[in-house]
Design a binder for this molecule. Sequence first.
Ligand SMILES: Cc1cc2nc3c(=O)[nH]c(=O)nc-3n(C[C@H](O)[C@H](O)[C@H](O)COP(=O)(O)O)c2cc1C
Length: 468
Amino acid sequence: MTRLIIGAMVRAIGAYPSGWRYPGAHRDPRGDAAVLRRTAEVAERARLDYLFFGDWLATGHDLEFRDPYLVARIDPLSAVTYLAGVTERIGLIATANTSYSDPFTLARATASVDLLSGGRAGLNLVTGAEPRAAGNHGRDFDAANETRYDRAVEFEHVLRRLWDSFEDDAIVADAAAGVFIDPSKLHATDFEGRHLSVTGPLNVARPVQGHLPIVHAGTSPRSRLFAAQNADLALVAVSDLEHAVQVREELRALAFESGRDDRTLKVIAPVLPIVGETRAHAQSIADELSELVQIAEDWPDGPPAAFPANRSLAQLSTLLGVDVSGLSPDRAVTPAIVAEFSAPGQELVEIVAERTGRGPAGERPPTLRHLVVAASVNASMIVGTAEDIATEFEAWGDAGAVDGFNVLSAIQPAQFDAFALGVVPELQRRGVFPTEYEGETLRDHLGLARPENVHVAPLVASSGTALA
Ligand SMILES: Cc1cc2nc3c(=O)[nH]c(=O)nc-3n(C[C@H](O)[C@H](O)[C@H](O)COP(=O)(O)O)c2cc1C
C-alpha cells in the first residue's frame, strides 16, 4: 500500500483550455485572490500535501487558446506568500526560472516565505523554454537556452549556500549580554562560477526547513540529470503507466549513480481528473468541455493569427490518414468512416469514447470536432467517479509508476471541490493517503529529512551536487 503524495497544481481559471467558459467557472484573473484563498482552505481541510504554482515568464494572445491560465495570473511567489497568511499546515510550492532569476533575490524571498509559513515553502526550479521570456529580461534566448542547465546547477548550489548563511544557532539575541549574533556562525557564500558570482551571506535567517524542498520539472536528458542530482521531487510528463514506471526507474537510477539515496527522490506526475457523481456525469462534463474548445473552422474567414496551428480539420486529416478538411466539424464519425482511419486515428476515437462516452456505433457518436480537440489538447485526463479516479491513483502507486500526483482541475472551483471532497476521502478510506497531517513542515509531509548546513557539513548528495 503506497502512501501517495498529493498536491494541487493551482490554475485559478482552470487547467483545461475551455474550463473558464464552463457555466459557473471562475474566469476573471482580476478576481484570482478569492479563488486562491478558497482553494487553499478547501485543500488544507482535505489535508493535501501542498499547493503548487507553475510559472511562465511571458504572455500573448496565443495563450488564450492553448493555456488561458497563463495569459494573466498572480506571480507564484506572491501567491504562496499571500496563502502563507491564510493557511496553517499545507505546503506552498512556487516556481522560479533559474535562467532569468537572481539567486540572492530568490534566496531571500524563498527563505522569507519559509520563515513566514512555519516551514511550508517549496521551490520548483525550471530553466524555461519560452523564447519571449528572454526578451522580457533583456537577454538573448539562444545564449540563455544553450547554458540553461549549467546555470541551473550553479544556481541550485548557490541557493543552498545562501539559505545556510546563518547556522541554526548563529542568532544569539542575548539582551542581557548584549550579544545579537555569533559572527563565527555567519557564513559568506563566496561563489565564483562560470554563470554566477555571489559573495553573500544572505540577510535572512536560515529557513525553518534548512533548505526548501526543491522540485524540478522537465523532459530532456539534462533535465532528468538535474532532477536526479539536485531535486527532492521530479515533476515529469508521462504518457501512460508503463512510461511512468520507466521514467521513475530511470530517474532513480541516475540518482543512485550520483551517489544519493535514490529513495529520497520523489517522482510526481501531473494529472487532470474529471470527477462526476456517475461515470456518465463525468463524461458529460468532459464532453461539454471538449465542445467549448474552439477549432480553426469556427471562424468562417479563418482563425486569428495567434490560433494554434494544430487545432484544425486539415491537421486532423494528417493524423487520420483520411482527408476530412472539406467536411463539417459536426459530421458524425461512424464505424464506416473509422474503418478508413490510420491506427493513431482509431486510437483517438477510443480516447474520445473513454472520455466522453461517445462511440461511433452509439446514439451519440463523436464528431470530427471531438477528434480535433482530443488530438490537439494535451491533458493527462482521467474521467469517472471518485472511486474510478482513486482506483487509477492507487494502481499507479502500487505499480511504482509515481510517488504522487500534481492534480489539475479543469474547472475552478467546481472540479477542484469534486476532487478534494470526493476523491481524497476515497483515497483516505483505502489507506493510501493520510487523514491528518503527519508533521508541521512541507518536508514532514513529503517524508524528507532536514539537511545539514552546507557550510558545516559536506553536501549530502540528496541535497544537491557538490560543485567542484
Ligand atoms: C510537468 C511539467 C511542468 C512544467 N512546468 C513549467 C513551468 O511551470 N514553467 C516553466 O517555465 N516550464 C515548465 N515546464 C517546462 C520545463 O521546465 C522545460 O522548460 C521544458 O520541459 C523544456 O526543457 P527540457 O527539454 O529540458 O525539459 C514544465 C515541464 C513539465 C514536464
